[in-house]
Design a protein around this ligand. Structure first.
Ligand code: N7H
Length: 762
């Protein structure tokens, strides 16, 4: 029977929840809406840009495949920038103009936790004293409420910076305040994959039913990840099969969403390590540890894994830093170490995920099984922030330079999952329960003045050495939010909490599936470029086209000049179901009153192109000049599946008998661009001048999965050495500029807006 992996195909569930962005560079923007209507407009533009599970899962799979074939190196050509958004209870209320809960949420439920927000729950979670909300940088519940958290994640710093700029501009346009910006970044070099105390992180994550491939030999484990249990998807995605005993009475708007906890946890690295040395001395004096024990030895027991990630339960004496299998080993439990003599019961690993081997409080009963803990897992998506500690550094890297963990986790139920782990396990000295002395709190992240270090004395008896730990992790901000499905985001953009978002397509023809409505391509009407202060274009969409005009001037007012006509009504376009793109022949613009074009279209499953001409004058009569040819006849487009659009290089048109173009094409399911030239003359010889680049390398196109088409801003062509274009993608468009000269630097002029802002395209 084929494995059901339907969650991989989801265009509803946001991409960070089950697939995971897994990017080296992350920024979180904490936002406050000042004007509900404008916030909805912002969300309408944002929603189609949100990365879905399908997109992220496909990318991650392609990345892993490329990594394997290159012997373990990261494929630098595969880059992406992802967006995710979550809303607090207040944020949902502002957008929907209603209380998201028709009735008060059940006491003790995750919905109640979400409604109250983290600041109200601080006392119960150990966020007191220095950790208390009054010291927080965001989410303190009093000043500047957070309404939304925007996650921007990218493979490179440059791509991230461009995307953050674009999102900050879009927020400013919608009068949205940025309360706080939190950057995070994977540590580099030998610290890659590690958090600031120096330990490898992100190893033990749950597997998810209908997303992760089960091992054929054991359907309960993820293939290739022994020990990683597959748990019901409802533990993370509302509406999916829940873990037994879970809360299920969620409101309809929560379906396919997930609740998110975001915490800024500052880490005092030198403080924590010097404490480890002090405690080691105490243990040596008490003869509770071997004489050979080092600070690394003790630190590994506090965490449960060595720095490399190797589990202490399998490597008791020393770390194995060059053993990749050990450092990603998740195939263990604690059934043979119920007392915690190898991996202490207070270790961070056993406190946060007791696995099989948790002794039930009732001594007569056998230890709990791993599945008994389903419903208590979290999907961790955090990353370190700040420079790594360098004892010799002043400023960045120095002891006072801020650093820590940007802790992010997803779950269906904040109370049963994150809060339970934090309050009932980490912060509970009596967990695991029923022991005397009690094991104590988690000394890695909490103040733990009551830790019981167990060891076996020379006589074989278990000895107890009390230890007291100060806290070197401080909560500096916390937010509870909800990452809705794409449908709910769209509904919220229309001011509603549920239901299918209204079609934003307006009147006119029904768009064809596949390409974006409203415009597949714009073609400048040959003799109507900047005439009497306006320019005319044919806007092709689906099987139709219409004529529109765009006025010069700052407002660039647009209007429809001629209503829709069918492509098939033009003899020269007969047989074309939809136009993919059109390239005017560079040296045949208006000679003898005719202009020539190559028209690219996908018919019969393959892209082809034909040559047509259009006369100037009032009738603009078209003629077929050369019938269809296969794309393979165009040498510089070798290997391309489908050309989506051409952008003429502004200062390289008919220079030295050649014109240059950036060609945006979709090949292997992904859009990239290459540079080609076309020579003047009957043969129009073409050359590929530069091979493919990823779309993410074009800074001002950041966040766009595929460009639909470009429309030149008529009165901004080569003005002050720059040319401006409207870039249409999906249901949105943005404005960018491209400078003349080497490198052709580009810049985002105006962030995304909905295409519905164009009167002529409705
Ligand atoms: Fe933890 N650390 O460096 O010690 N964490 N954590 N965590 N944590 C884990 O197994 C760390 C925090 C969990 O399934 C590892 O992936 C630090 C909070 C869970 O066996 C390391 C901070 C919460 C696991 C760290 C911090 C959790 C886990 C080993 C704060 C929940 C999986 C790597 C600054 C409320 C356990 C790995 C399992 C693992 C560290 C915070 C939960 C090295 C420094 C607040 C569920």
């Amino acid at each position: 029977m084929a494995t059901d992996l339907r969650l991989r195909e989801s265009d509803e569930i946001q991409g960070d929840i089950v697939a995971g962005f897994k990017k080296d560079n992350v920024t979180l923007l904490f936002l406050k809406f000042e004007d509900a209507a404008r916030a909805r407009d912002w969300l309408r533009v944002l929603a189609p840009q949100i990365a879905t599970t399908r997109q992220v899962a496909d990318f991650n799979e392609a990345f892993s495949r490329a990594r394997r074939t290159s012997g373990g190196d990261d494929p630098s050509s595969l880059r992406a920038t992802w967006l995710g958004v979550s809303l607090t209870y207040e944020g949902l209320r502002v957008l929907s103009a209603t209380d998201p809960f028709e009735q008060a949420p059940p006491p003790g439920s995750g919905l109640e936790a979400f409604k109250e927000g983290s600041a109200k729950r601080a006392g119960a979670l150990g966020d007191t004293g220095d950790n208390s909300p009054e010291n927080w940088l965001f989410g303190n519940g009093r000043t500047q409420p957070v309404h939304a958290v925007l996650t921007i994640a990218s493979d490179t710093e440059q791509d991230l910076a461009a995307a953050v700029t674009a999102q900050r501009e879009a927020a400013a346009e919608a009068t949205i305040l940025i309360i706080f910006q939190q950057n995070a970044k994977t540590l580099l070099g030998s610290r890659r994959g590690k958090e600031h105390f120096g330990f490898k992180d992100g190893i033990s994550e749950p597997g998810i039913r209908f997303f992760d491939r089960p091992d054929p030999a054991d359907q309960e484990q993820v293939e290739g990840h022994p020990g990683t249990r597959i748990v019901p998807a409802g533990e993370f995605v509302v509406g999916e099969e829940p873990a037994p005993g879970s809360f299920t009475d969620f409101p309809a708007w929560a379906r396919n969403g997930s609740f998110q906890v975001v915490r800024r946890l500052a880490q005092d690295v030198p403080g924590w390590w010097s404490q480890v040395s002090v405690k080691l001395k105490e243990l040596k004096q008490a003869k509770a540890v071997p004489d050979t024990a080092t600070a690394e030895w003790l630190a590994a027991r506090l965490v449960g894994r060595w720095r490399s990630g190797a589990p202490v339960c399998k490597h008791q004496d020393r770390d194995v830093p060059n053993d990749p299998k050990a450092s990603s080993d998740n195939d263990f439990d604690y059934r043979d170490d119920l007392e915690g003599l190898v991996t202490p019961l207070f270790s961070h690993l056993r406190k946060t995920s007791p696995r099989a081997g948790l002794q039930a409080p009732d001594p007569g009963r056998p230890p709990l099984d791993a599945k008994d803990l389903d419903g208590r897992r979290i999907m961790r998506r955090g990353a370190p922030y700040g420079h790594p500690f360098d004892p010799a550094a002043e400023g960045p890297g120095g002891p006072d330079d801020p650093r820590g963990l940007l802790f992010v986790c997803y779950q269906a139920d904040i109370a049963r999952q994150f809060e339970f782990i934090q309050a009932d396990w980490i912060d509970q000295p009596d967990f695991p329960p029923g022991r005397n002395p009690q094991p104590g709190k988690d000394p890695v992240i909490q103040e733990a003045d009551d830790v019981d270090f167990e060891s076996r004395g020379p006589d074989g008896a278990v000895r107890h050495t009390p230890l007291s730990f100060q806290q070197f992790v401080q909560t500096q901000g916390s937010v509870y939010a909800f990452a809705p499905s794409v449908s709910t985001l769209k509904a919220l953009a229309d001011g509603r909490l549920t239901g299918q978002a209204q079609s934003r397509q307006g009147g006119g023809s029904t768009p064809k599936p596949g390409r974006a409505y409203p415009a597949d391509e714009f073609v400048a009407v040959p003799d109507q470029w900047r005439k009497s202060g306006q320019s005319q274009f044919w806007a092709c969409h689906g099987d139709r086209y219409r004529k529109i005009a765009v006025a010069d001037g700052p407002a660039h007012t647009d209007r429809t000049v001629e209503a829709d006509g069918l492509l098939s009504s033009q003899d020269c376009l007969r047989g074309i179901g939809r136009i993919d793109c059109v390239l005017p022949m560079p040296d045949l613009r208006n000679p003898a009153g005719k202009s020539w074009y190559w028209v690219f279209h996908t018919t019969g499953g393959r892209q082809q192109y034909r040559a047509v001409s259009v006369t100037c004058g009032s009738t603009h009569t078209g003629a077929l000049e050369r019938p269809d040819r296969d794309l393979t006849a165009w040498g510089s487009l070798g290997g391309v599946d489908r050309v989506d659009c051409f952008l003429p290089v502004p200062d390289q048109q008919r220079v030295g008998g050649k014109s240059w173009y950036w060609v945006f094409h979709t090949t292997g399911g992904r859009q990239r661009y290459r540079l080609v030239s076309v020579a003047d003359g009957a043969a129009h010889t073409d050359v590929c001048e530069r091979s493919d680049r990823e779309l993410s390398q074009w800074g001002s196109l950041n966040g766009i999965a595929a460009v639909g088409c470009f429309l030149p801003v008529p009165d901004q062509q080569r003005v002050g050495g720059k040319s401006e274009y409207w870039v249409f993608h999906g249901e949105n468009y943005r404005r960018i500029s491209v400078s003349d000269g080497s490198g052709h630097p580009d810049r985002l002029v105006t962030g995304d807006r909905a295409c519905s802002a164009w009167t002529s395209l409705s």
